[in-house]
Design a protein around this ligand. Structure first.
Ligand SMILES: NC(=O)CC[C@H](N)C(=O)O
Length: 355
Protein backbone atom coordinates (compact mmCIF):
# COMPACT_ATOMS: atom_id res chain seq x y z
CA UNK A 1 0.00 0.00 0.00
CA UNK A 2 1.28 3.43 -0.80
CA UNK A 3 0.45 6.93 0.23
CA UNK A 4 1.80 10.45 0.13
CA UNK A 5 2.86 13.22 2.41
CA UNK A 6 1.99 16.52 0.76
CA UNK A 7 3.31 19.74 2.23
CA UNK A 8 1.42 23.01 1.84
CA UNK A 9 4.31 24.39 -0.25
CA UNK A 10 3.57 21.74 -2.89
CA UNK A 11 6.33 19.25 -2.06
CA UNK A 12 5.14 15.66 -2.13
CA UNK A 13 6.77 12.47 -0.80
CA UNK A 14 5.72 8.90 -1.59
CA UNK A 15 5.87 6.24 1.11
CA UNK A 16 4.34 3.04 2.48
CA UNK A 17 0.92 3.56 4.04
CA UNK A 18 0.07 1.71 7.28
CA UNK A 19 -3.53 1.67 8.41
CA UNK A 20 -6.88 2.06 6.71
CA UNK A 21 -7.11 4.29 3.61
CA UNK A 22 -7.64 7.84 4.79
CA UNK A 23 -6.68 11.43 4.29
CA UNK A 24 -5.54 13.52 7.20
CA UNK A 25 -4.23 17.04 7.71
CA UNK A 26 -2.19 18.70 10.42
CA UNK A 27 0.74 21.00 11.08
CA UNK A 28 3.99 19.26 10.17
CA UNK A 29 6.64 19.32 12.93
CA UNK A 30 9.72 17.20 13.61
CA UNK A 31 11.16 15.45 16.66
CA UNK A 32 14.92 14.88 16.92
CA UNK A 33 15.19 12.38 19.80
CA UNK A 34 16.52 8.89 19.09
CA UNK A 35 13.90 7.28 21.34
CA UNK A 36 10.62 8.28 22.92
CA UNK A 37 8.23 7.81 20.00
CA UNK A 38 5.57 6.29 22.30
CA UNK A 39 5.66 9.34 24.57
CA UNK A 40 5.67 11.75 21.63
CA UNK A 41 2.68 10.37 19.74
CA UNK A 42 0.57 10.17 22.93
CA UNK A 43 1.62 13.61 24.28
CA UNK A 44 -1.43 15.93 24.19
CA UNK A 45 0.82 18.91 23.38
CA UNK A 46 1.16 17.40 19.88
CA UNK A 47 -2.62 17.40 19.34
CA UNK A 48 -3.48 17.88 15.68
CA UNK A 49 0.12 17.80 14.41
CA UNK A 50 1.83 15.53 11.90
CA UNK A 51 5.03 14.31 13.50
CA UNK A 52 8.16 13.53 11.51
CA UNK A 53 10.83 11.53 13.36
CA UNK A 54 14.36 12.52 12.38
CA UNK A 55 15.96 9.37 13.75
CA UNK A 56 16.18 7.01 10.74
CA UNK A 57 14.80 3.86 12.39
CA UNK A 58 11.65 4.05 14.52
CA UNK A 59 9.62 1.35 16.28
CA UNK A 60 12.54 -0.78 17.58
CA UNK A 61 11.01 -1.51 20.99
CA UNK A 62 7.36 -1.46 19.99
CA UNK A 63 4.69 0.13 22.14
CA UNK A 64 4.16 -0.98 25.73
CA UNK A 65 1.67 1.75 26.74
CA UNK A 66 3.82 2.01 29.87
CA UNK A 67 5.20 5.27 28.56
CA UNK A 68 1.98 6.68 27.11
CA UNK A 69 1.37 10.29 28.06
CA UNK A 70 -2.41 10.06 27.64
CA UNK A 71 -5.03 7.44 26.83
CA UNK A 72 -4.61 7.70 23.04
CA UNK A 73 -2.49 8.81 20.12
CA UNK A 74 -2.74 12.59 19.90
CA UNK A 75 -0.93 13.32 16.64
CA UNK A 76 -2.89 13.29 13.37
CA UNK A 77 -0.19 11.41 11.47
CA UNK A 78 3.19 9.73 11.91
CA UNK A 79 6.05 9.98 9.40
CA UNK A 80 9.17 7.82 9.64
CA UNK A 81 12.09 6.96 7.39
CA UNK A 82 12.44 3.24 8.17
CA UNK A 83 9.84 1.44 10.26
CA UNK A 84 11.34 -1.39 12.31
CA UNK A 85 9.53 -4.70 11.79
CA UNK A 86 11.69 -7.19 13.72
CA UNK A 87 11.04 -9.02 17.02
CA UNK A 88 9.61 -7.03 19.92
CA UNK A 89 9.54 -7.30 23.72
CA UNK A 90 6.95 -9.82 24.97
CA UNK A 91 4.20 -7.38 25.95
CA UNK A 92 4.75 -4.89 23.15
CA UNK A 93 2.63 -4.28 20.07
CA UNK A 94 4.21 -2.82 16.96
CA UNK A 95 4.03 0.90 16.33
CA UNK A 96 2.19 0.24 13.04
CA UNK A 97 -0.44 -1.93 14.79
CA UNK A 98 -0.88 0.63 17.55
CA UNK A 99 -1.38 3.45 15.05
CA UNK A 100 -3.74 1.36 12.93
CA UNK A 101 -5.84 0.33 15.93
CA UNK A 102 -6.46 4.02 16.63
CA UNK A 103 -7.05 5.06 13.03
CA UNK A 104 -3.94 7.24 12.88
CA UNK A 105 -2.11 6.99 9.54
CA UNK A 106 1.59 6.15 9.53
CA UNK A 107 3.78 6.65 6.48
CA UNK A 108 7.17 4.94 6.30
CA UNK A 109 9.87 5.06 3.66
CA UNK A 110 9.72 8.86 3.54
CA UNK A 111 12.87 10.90 2.98
CA UNK A 112 12.55 12.52 6.39
CA UNK A 113 15.86 14.40 5.93
CA UNK A 114 14.37 16.28 3.00
CA UNK A 115 11.05 16.99 4.78
CA UNK A 116 12.90 18.29 7.85
CA UNK A 117 15.24 20.41 5.73
CA UNK A 118 12.19 22.06 4.14
CA UNK A 119 10.54 22.65 7.52
CA UNK A 120 13.80 24.09 8.92
CA UNK A 121 14.14 26.43 5.94
CA UNK A 122 10.49 27.44 5.52
CA UNK A 123 9.00 26.84 8.97
CA UNK A 124 6.20 24.59 10.13
CA UNK A 125 3.30 24.39 7.67
CA UNK A 126 0.14 22.40 7.03
CA UNK A 127 0.61 18.91 5.63
CA UNK A 128 -1.66 16.26 4.22
CA UNK A 129 -1.31 12.48 4.47
CA UNK A 130 -3.08 10.85 1.61
CA UNK A 131 -3.71 7.20 0.81
CA UNK A 132 -3.03 6.33 -2.86
CA UNK A 133 -6.69 5.40 -3.48
CA UNK A 134 -7.98 8.80 -2.39
CA UNK A 135 -7.91 12.19 -4.06
CA UNK A 136 -6.19 15.21 -2.58
CA UNK A 137 -8.42 17.12 -0.19
CA UNK A 138 -8.92 20.89 -0.13
CA UNK A 139 -6.72 22.47 2.55
CA UNK A 140 -8.53 23.02 5.85
CA UNK A 141 -7.67 25.56 8.55
CA UNK A 142 -5.45 24.00 11.22
CA UNK A 143 -7.23 22.95 14.40
CA UNK A 144 -6.89 25.53 17.15
CA UNK A 145 -9.96 25.04 19.37
CA UNK A 146 -8.22 23.15 22.17
CA UNK A 147 -9.73 25.35 24.90
CA UNK A 148 -13.47 25.87 24.36
CA UNK A 149 -15.09 28.71 26.28
CA UNK A 150 -17.40 28.12 29.23
CA UNK A 151 -16.76 27.05 32.79
CA UNK A 152 -16.08 23.61 34.19
CA UNK A 153 -16.02 23.16 37.94
CA UNK A 154 -15.36 19.41 37.95
CA UNK A 155 -12.04 18.46 39.48
CA UNK A 156 -10.74 14.98 40.11
CA UNK A 157 -8.56 13.99 43.04
CA UNK A 158 -5.80 11.38 43.06
CA UNK A 159 -3.26 10.21 45.64
CA UNK A 160 -3.36 10.98 49.33
CA UNK A 161 -0.09 12.60 50.30
CA UNK A 162 0.42 15.46 52.73
CA UNK A 163 0.90 18.16 50.09
CA UNK A 164 -2.11 18.98 47.95
CA UNK A 165 -1.21 20.16 44.46
CA UNK A 166 -3.74 21.56 41.99
CA UNK A 167 -2.71 20.46 38.50
CA UNK A 168 -4.13 23.12 36.18
CA UNK A 169 -5.10 21.02 33.20
CA UNK A 170 -4.27 22.34 29.75
CA UNK A 171 -4.20 18.67 28.55
CA UNK A 172 -1.44 17.50 30.86
CA UNK A 173 1.07 14.73 30.12
CA UNK A 174 0.55 11.78 32.42
CA UNK A 175 4.22 11.80 33.45
CA UNK A 176 3.64 15.14 35.21
CA UNK A 177 0.81 13.63 37.23
CA UNK A 178 2.89 10.48 37.88
CA UNK A 179 5.83 12.54 39.10
CA UNK A 180 3.63 14.41 41.61
CA UNK A 181 2.05 11.18 42.83
CA UNK A 182 5.45 9.45 43.07
CA UNK A 183 6.64 12.33 45.24
CA UNK A 184 3.77 11.67 47.62
CA UNK A 185 1.31 14.43 46.72
CA UNK A 186 -2.44 14.54 46.64
CA UNK A 187 -3.29 15.92 43.23
CA UNK A 188 -6.48 17.68 42.21
CA UNK A 189 -6.79 18.07 38.47
CA UNK A 190 -8.26 21.53 37.92
CA UNK A 191 -9.81 22.28 34.50
CA UNK A 192 -8.27 25.22 32.60
CA UNK A 193 -11.72 26.80 32.67
CA UNK A 194 -12.46 26.22 36.36
CA UNK A 195 -14.22 28.94 38.36
CA UNK A 196 -11.68 31.30 39.97
CA UNK A 197 -12.51 30.08 43.49
CA UNK A 198 -11.96 26.35 42.81
CA UNK A 199 -8.34 26.09 44.08
CA UNK A 200 -9.43 27.73 47.33
CA UNK A 201 -12.45 25.51 47.83
CA UNK A 202 -10.27 22.45 47.19
CA UNK A 203 -7.75 23.81 49.71
CA UNK A 204 -4.73 23.21 47.49
CA UNK A 205 -1.26 24.06 48.79
CA UNK A 206 0.29 24.81 45.41
CA UNK A 207 -0.46 24.87 41.70
CA UNK A 208 1.26 23.24 38.75
CA UNK A 209 0.25 24.77 35.41
CA UNK A 210 0.55 21.97 32.85
CA UNK A 211 1.80 21.64 29.30
CA UNK A 212 -0.71 21.79 26.46
CA UNK A 213 -1.32 22.08 22.72
CA UNK A 214 -1.53 25.09 20.43
CA UNK A 215 -1.07 28.80 20.86
CA UNK A 216 -1.06 30.08 24.47
CA UNK A 217 -2.99 33.15 23.26
CA UNK A 218 -6.05 30.88 23.03
CA UNK A 219 -6.17 31.26 26.82
CA UNK A 220 -5.99 35.07 26.90
CA UNK A 221 -9.45 35.52 28.37
CA UNK A 222 -8.43 33.37 31.38
CA UNK A 223 -5.17 35.22 32.16
CA UNK A 224 -6.57 37.40 34.98
CA UNK A 225 -7.72 34.25 36.80
CA UNK A 226 -4.36 32.52 36.33
CA UNK A 227 -2.59 35.61 37.66
CA UNK A 228 -4.69 35.60 40.83
CA UNK A 229 -3.97 31.90 41.28
CA UNK A 230 -0.22 32.32 40.75
CA UNK A 231 -0.12 35.27 43.15
CA UNK A 232 -1.93 33.29 45.79
CA UNK A 233 -0.25 29.84 45.63
CA UNK A 234 3.30 28.60 45.13
CA UNK A 235 3.21 27.94 41.40
CA UNK A 236 5.19 25.94 38.90
CA UNK A 237 4.57 26.21 35.15
CA UNK A 238 5.66 23.70 32.53
CA UNK A 239 5.75 24.59 28.81
CA UNK A 240 2.27 25.95 27.98
CA UNK A 241 1.92 26.53 31.74
CA UNK A 242 5.11 28.62 31.66
CA UNK A 243 3.81 30.60 28.68
CA UNK A 244 0.42 31.41 30.25
CA UNK A 245 1.94 32.40 33.61
CA UNK A 246 4.34 34.76 31.80
CA UNK A 247 1.44 36.13 29.73
CA UNK A 248 -0.72 36.54 32.84
CA UNK A 249 1.91 38.95 34.20
CA UNK A 250 2.13 40.92 30.95
CA UNK A 251 4.66 39.05 28.77
CA UNK A 252 4.07 38.35 25.07
CA UNK A 253 4.48 35.04 23.31
CA UNK A 254 5.57 34.45 19.74
CA UNK A 255 5.87 31.45 17.41
CA UNK A 256 9.27 30.01 16.46
CA UNK A 257 9.84 29.07 12.82
CA UNK A 258 9.95 25.33 13.51
CA UNK A 259 10.04 24.98 17.30
CA UNK A 260 12.09 22.75 19.59
CA UNK A 261 11.16 19.08 19.72
CA UNK A 262 13.67 16.59 20.99
CA UNK A 263 15.42 15.13 23.99
CA UNK A 264 18.77 16.93 24.02
CA UNK A 265 18.14 20.65 24.08
CA UNK A 266 20.80 22.34 26.23
CA UNK A 267 19.53 24.99 28.63
CA UNK A 268 21.62 27.28 30.82
CA UNK A 269 20.67 28.21 34.35
CA UNK A 270 21.43 31.94 34.45
CA UNK A 271 21.98 31.92 38.22
CA UNK A 272 24.44 29.04 38.42
CA UNK A 273 25.81 29.09 34.87
CA UNK A 274 25.21 25.36 34.73
CA UNK A 275 24.15 23.82 31.42
CA UNK A 276 21.89 20.79 31.44
CA UNK A 277 20.03 18.73 28.87
CA UNK A 278 16.30 19.02 28.54
CA UNK A 279 13.43 17.39 26.75
CA UNK A 280 11.40 19.87 24.72
CA UNK A 281 8.27 20.14 22.64
CA UNK A 282 7.10 23.61 21.79
CA UNK A 283 6.50 26.07 18.95
CA UNK A 284 5.84 29.15 21.02
CA UNK A 285 8.21 31.07 23.31
CA UNK A 286 8.00 33.99 25.68
CA UNK A 287 9.41 37.08 23.96
CA UNK A 288 12.52 38.20 25.82
CA UNK A 289 11.88 41.95 25.33
CA UNK A 290 8.36 41.68 26.69
CA UNK A 291 9.73 40.47 30.04
CA UNK A 292 10.71 44.06 30.80
CA UNK A 293 7.00 44.72 31.40
CA UNK A 294 6.81 41.88 33.93
CA UNK A 295 8.39 41.24 37.31
CA UNK A 296 10.12 38.05 36.12
CA UNK A 297 13.82 37.21 36.03
CA UNK A 298 15.09 34.81 33.40
CA UNK A 299 16.04 31.56 35.12
CA UNK A 300 16.96 29.48 32.08
CA UNK A 301 17.88 30.26 28.51
CA UNK A 302 18.31 28.01 25.49
CA UNK A 303 21.99 27.53 24.64
CA UNK A 304 21.33 27.10 20.91
CA UNK A 305 19.13 30.10 20.13
CA UNK A 306 19.10 32.14 23.35
CA UNK A 307 15.32 31.83 23.74
CA UNK A 308 13.68 32.03 27.15
CA UNK A 309 13.53 28.63 28.87
CA UNK A 310 12.43 29.49 32.38
CA UNK A 311 11.40 32.29 34.71
CA UNK A 312 11.50 33.13 38.38
CA UNK A 313 9.43 35.71 40.21
CA UNK A 314 11.72 37.78 42.45
CA UNK A 315 9.28 37.98 45.40
CA UNK A 316 6.63 35.33 44.90
CA UNK A 317 7.22 31.55 44.82
CA UNK A 318 6.65 31.23 41.06
CA UNK A 319 8.99 29.23 38.83
CA UNK A 320 8.31 28.31 35.23
CA UNK A 321 10.13 26.23 32.62
CA UNK A 322 9.63 26.03 28.88
CA UNK A 323 11.17 22.55 28.78
CA UNK A 324 9.87 19.31 30.30
CA UNK A 325 11.38 18.39 33.68
CA UNK A 326 9.08 15.37 34.01
CA UNK A 327 11.55 13.66 31.70
CA UNK A 328 9.54 11.44 29.42
CA UNK A 329 10.85 11.19 26.77
CA UNK A 330 14.37 12.25 27.49
CA UNK A 331 16.88 13.19 30.12
CA UNK A 332 16.17 13.27 33.86
CA UNK A 333 18.44 16.27 34.56
CA UNK A 334 15.57 18.43 35.77
CA UNK A 335 13.51 16.22 38.08
CA UNK A 336 15.04 18.28 40.90
CA UNK A 337 12.71 21.12 39.86
CA UNK A 338 9.77 19.07 41.16
CA UNK A 339 11.57 18.58 44.48
CA UNK A 340 12.29 22.31 44.72
CA UNK A 341 8.66 23.17 43.95
CA UNK A 342 7.35 20.78 46.59
CA UNK A 343 9.85 22.06 49.16
CA UNK A 344 8.58 25.59 48.53
CA UNK A 345 4.96 24.42 48.81
CA UNK A 346 5.83 22.67 52.07
CA UNK A 347 7.63 25.72 53.51
CA UNK A 348 4.72 27.99 52.60
CA UNK A 349 2.26 25.53 54.13
CA UNK A 350 4.21 25.56 57.41
CA UNK A 351 4.28 29.36 57.42
CA UNK A 352 0.50 29.40 56.83
CA UNK A 353 -0.13 26.88 59.63
CA UNK A 354 1.85 28.98 62.12
CA UNK A 355 0.36 32.28 61.01
N1 LIG B 1 4.53 21.12 25.39
C1 LIG B 1 3.81 22.22 25.49
O1 LIG B 1 3.18 22.51 26.51
C2 LIG B 1 3.71 23.06 24.24
C3 LIG B 1 3.21 24.46 24.48
C4 LIG B 1 2.69 25.14 23.23
N2 LIG B 1 1.61 24.40 22.66
C5 LIG B 1 3.80 25.32 22.21
O2 LIG B 1 3.80 24.66 21.19
O3 LIG B 1 4.67 26.13 22.43
Amino acid sequence: MTGKLILANGESYNGHWHGIPASMQGEVVFFTGMTGYEEVITDPSYKGQVIVFSYPLIGQYGIETLYAQSEKIQVNGIIVAELYDGPLPKHATSLAQFAESQGVPLLSGIDTRSVIQTVRETGTMPAQLLHAELTEQPWKALKTDFFPAGENAESKQLGDGPLHIGLVDFHYKSSILKELLALGCTVSVIPYNAPAELPESLEVDGLLFSNGPGDPQALNSRLPVYRTWAERYPSFGICLGHQVIAAAFGAKTTKLAYGHRGANHPVKNKKTGRVSMSSQNHSYVVEADSLLDTPFDVLYENVNDGSIEGLNHPHLPITTVQFHPEAAPGPADHVALFHQFLETVNDMKKVKMHA
